[in-house]
Design a protein around this ligand. Structure first.
Ligand code: NAD
Ligand code: MG
Length: 401
């Protein structure tokens, strides 16, 4: 395939390659001969990793789990694949900062993604950020590290990618307050998830399978539950505040069940610029991979004449207390988002393993936030400590439910 003049080729490390975003990234990469896979990483899914190594022939494959790494090495040896297998958390960092990797897709789920993602920023990589939890838990530090590096940070979350596309080009990567560029507010859209219209009395009996059945997007289990509680939008409000340098009072959330308008920016003159597209993560992935150029993503094109009417509603904070908790944590700042994120990760894990009910999720998070004091989040040690403590408090509360 020929490469348009000026488009740089890329050597990519995909952190979390066996997940939903990881797989979509590889689908886009497979369409373009000038994108090469340098390293792939996963937690423990050997089967998926063997297939990916055979197809993309990366220099390195990392399995965090040691037993899984041994299995992968044996399987690849048997089929004569020359990929070097590494294991452990340090290996995630090593392949993210390797001098030959210029682009890093950060698609690990949860706080485990923070160390390699932050390291990639420190080492001035082009970082494609899907792992919103990393930014939520350590946003101030993350953005400060970004400002002190030559890294380019491109948001993969469809809403933030949409906002990025709707901002004036000179503001996009500035990391400053976008309101000084005539922006009045950022409008994040939300599908409302699978329980947008379910009677609230039935929330207590919701099963993990029901919570993971999203009407518009196919995603990993953790983010699917976050979408069902709307904590996902709470995390995204925090993510928007850090990425675009605004307070939560300048971020509006609108329920938009069709997931066609991915987000909008309203300017002080009354103009609203929106980004639309099929609900397909290959679009923000292709946009970010090729930025500032455009490439084919493989996604289908919108036919607005066949599209159901686009609707927008104000969110119901009584129905979705997690959204309110997210917005409150964004306003409070400091370690509040760190605590919120940690408590949410523990609560979602416990819900998925049947230990607590769906309605326990916001109750646990609110209780953890109420029990812990919030501090300035200006060092990695403070963030790690708050994260650890919030997890311990959440586990104690869950053991007592
Ligand atoms: P997923 O569960 O499908 O995949 C997660 C990946 O992370 C897997 O490759 C897994 O092996 C790896 N992983 C899990 N735990 C790990 C650990 N402890 N150490 C190292 N690797 C680990 O998740 P996903 O849906 O692809 O989401 C990935 C990230 O992207 C999340 O932060 C999510 O919020 C964000 N995101 C996802 C979507 C989506 O459509 N799926 C959209 C926007 C943002
Ligand atoms: Mg999103």
């Amino acid at each position: 395939m020929s490469r348009p003049a000026g488009r740089p080729s890329a050597n990519i490390t995909v952190l979390g390659s066996t997940g939903s975003i990881g797989k979509s990234t590889l689908e886009v990469v497979a369409l373009h001969a000038d994108y090469r896979v340098f390293a792939l990483t996963a937690n423990s899914n050997v089967l998926a990793m063997v297939e990916q190594c055979l197809r993309f022939q990366p220099r390195y494959a990392v399995m965090v789990d040691g037993t899984a790494a041994d299995q992968l090495a044996a399987e690849l040896h048997n089929v004569g694949c020359s990929t070097t297998v590494l294991s452990g958390e340090q290996a995630l960092i090593d392949v993210a900062i390797h001098p030959e990797a210029d682009t890093v897709m950060a698609a690990i789920v949860g706080s485990a993604g923070l160390p390699p993602t932050l390291a990639a920023v420190e080492h001035s990589k082009k970082v494609l950020l899907a792992n919103k939890e990393a930014l939520v838990m350590a946003g101030e530090l993350f953005m400060r590290t970004l400002a002190a590096s030559d890294a380019v940070l491109l948001p993969i979350d469809s809403e933030h990618n949409a906002v990025f596309q709707c901002l004036p080009p000179e503001t996009r990567l500035a990391g400053g307050d976008i309101r000084s560029q005539g922006v009045r507010k950022v409008i994040l859209t939300a599908s409302g998830g699978p329980f947008r219209t379910l009677p609230v009395e039935q929330f207590g009996a919701v099963t993990p399978e029901q919570a993971c059945r999203h009407p518009n997007w196919e995603m990993g289990r953790k983010i699917s539950v976050d979408s069902a509680t709307m904590m996902n939008k709470g995390l995204e409000v925090i993510e928007a505040c850090f990425l675009f340098g605004v307070g939560p009072e300048h971020v509006e959330v609108l329920i938009h069940p069709q997931s066609i308008v991915h987000s909008m920016v309203e300017y002080m003159d009354g103009s609203v610029i929106a980004q639309l597209g099929s609900p397909d993560m290959r679009i923000p992935i292709a946009y970010s991979l090729a930025w500032p150029e455009r490439i084919n993503s493989g996604a289908s094109f919108l036919d607005l004449t066949r599209q159901a009417a686009l609707q927008f509603f104000a969110p119901d904070m009584e129905r979705f207390p997690c959204l309110r908790l997210g917005i409150e944590a964004a306003a409070k700042g400091g370690t509040a988002p760190t605590i919120l994120n940690a408590a949410n990760e523990v609560a979602v894990e416990s819900f998925l393993s049947g230990k607590i009910s769906f309605t326990d999720i916001p109750a646990i998070i609110a209780a953890v936030l109420a029990q812990m004091s919030c501090e300035l989040a200006d060092s990695i040690d403070i963030i790690r400590h708050a994260d650890k403590q919030a997890r311990a408090v959440a586990r104690r509360l869950i053991a007592g439910t």
